[in-house]
Design a protein around this ligand. Structure first.
Ligand code: ADP
Ligand code: GN1
Ligand code: MG
Length: 384
């Protein structure tokens, strides 16, 4: 099904297992009877996301809920994912309320099933969850104006600060070793040795790129072990399309995709936003001449992030922000390449070399960052 296509509508014959499960899920959350139709939604690489339309007041259908089927290949313990999410969103609601904000707009409100559960398990055993759609919000796939990126930095910085007091030991590790870059390198090497799809011969340069950068994988991990970088409650997936903006004011309003909130490094959150947003090319742009790192966007983000999170971060965290950007970009490229070697079992792909194309854009960005590293560090210093 194409994004935007109506795949379930009342009074239409419904076929296919998915739409039946989807309909069951709608009933489980209590709006099966009234629902007008459902469409595939968004551009995430992991979960199945649907927009749920309900009859509105003026007779037009309104996008009212977001329904998602959690990817159990990625999240093996959905119960733990949902416990984390309910705990964190409840905590955020309180801090937002205390600060005079609107919790219904500034954090996601997950809905329990009619049976009072955090999620619904369909008859295939697959987990579905649901949250209220935030009206008048927009989600971007790439930065249109530097101001937007600056706003997203302020939101992610605020998010780190808001969760500063959250009891980290109550969080489940939803994906073990998620940003353990050394472990990611190990997995890459194993995938390369096994080469199950016989694809290694098609990506020799990319493989060499990873091997040449092996030492970088330890730069932050060794500081974490030494205790010079602290573990914090972090989001771990801070792409631009994991934040909603206010349609009218253009301000960042709400952070979404809370599946990977876990103890982690703030540098990875900072870095992952840079990786995805400080460029004008899509993550899967096949023409590498169009892919470059934009230092002005890096500056816009750094300014916003340090304005809101600067007083939480330690001096050593600030000193490593540029490393955070470079290493998470390397790690992400390595993950795409690993998935390519393993036969595309993790990220959603649209064509056989999709993961390879993605890996290439990441490595191009790493190269650009290496060339601009001193400038990046000077910018961090300027706003520290
Ligand atoms: P995934 O883990 O698959 O990335 P997300 O929770 O990020 O799952 O949802 C996937 C995508 O769906 C998001 O990147 C975004 O494009 C879109 N999306 C999800 N919720 C909303 C929302 N409330 N408003 C607009 N877009 C949304
Ligand atoms: C995935 O779920 P999504 O599309 O927001 C991935 C991230 C990667 C990203 C690359 C749980 O993010 O770690 O950085 O793709 N999420 C998971 O675009 O693995
Ligand atoms: Mg997402």
């Amino acid at each position: 099904v194409e994004a935007g296509e109506v795949i379930f509508a009342k009074r239409r014959k419904i076929d296919g297992v998915d739409s039946r499960m989807l309909e069951d899920a709608l009933y489980a959350f209590g709006f099966g009877n009234q629902c007008s139709y459902v469409q595939p939604f968004g551009a995430g690489h992991i979960n199945e996301t649907y927009a749920v339309f309900m009859p509105g007041e003026n007779g037009e259908e309104e996008l009212s809920y977001v329904l998602q089927r959690i990817n159990i290949h990625v999240f093996k313990k959905p119960r733990e994912v949902m416990e984390n999410i309910f705990g964190v969103t409840e905590y955020l609601r309180q801090s937002i309320r205390a600060a005079g904000g609107d919790p219904d707009r500034e954090t996601l409100s997950y809905i329990k099933t009619k049976a009072g559960e955090n999620y619904y398990e369909d008859t295939d055993g697959l987990p579905w969850r649901c949250y209220n759609y935030i009206p008048d919000s927009v989600c971007y796939q790439s930065v249109e104006r530097p101001e937007q990126f600056y706003q997203s930095a302020r939101s992610f910085g605020r998010f780190l600060k808001q969760l500063d007091g959250y009891p980290a030991d109550t969080l489940y590790e939803t994906i073990p070793k998620f940003h353990d870059t050394e472990d990611r390198l190990k997995n890459f090497k194993q995938a390369l040795r096994r080469d199950v799809k016989n694809r290694a011969r098609t990506c020799k340069d990319e493989i060499q790129f990873v091997l040449d950068h092996a030492a970088d994988c330890s730069v932050l991990m060794s500081q974490l072990r030494a205790g010079t970088l602290p573990l914090r409650v972090t989001h771990n997936d801070t792409k631009l399309n994991n934040i909603l903006f206010d349609e009218k004011s253009g301000q960042g309003i709400c952070i979404i995709d809370l599946d990977t909130i876990m103890p982690g490094l703030a540098l990875n959150d900072f870095g992952d936003s840079i990786r995805f947003g400080a460029t004008h090319a899509a993550e899967d742009e096949p023409d590498l001449s169009k892919v470059s790192f934009d230092i002005d966007l890096f500056e816009a983000y750094t300014k916003g992030y340090l304005e809101t999170a600067g007083d939480v971060l330690t001096e050593n965290e600030k000193a490593n922000l540029a490393w955070g950007a470079k290493i998470i970009t390397l790690e992400c490229g390595m993950r795409f390449l690993t998935d390519y070697l393993q036969g595309d079992t993790y990220f959603k792909t649209q064509y056989p070399t999709h993961n390879l194309v993605r890996a290439r854009t990441q490595f191009k960005l790493v190269q650009d960052m290496e060339q601009q590293f001193e400038n990046m560090q000077a910018i961090v210093k300027k706003y520290s």
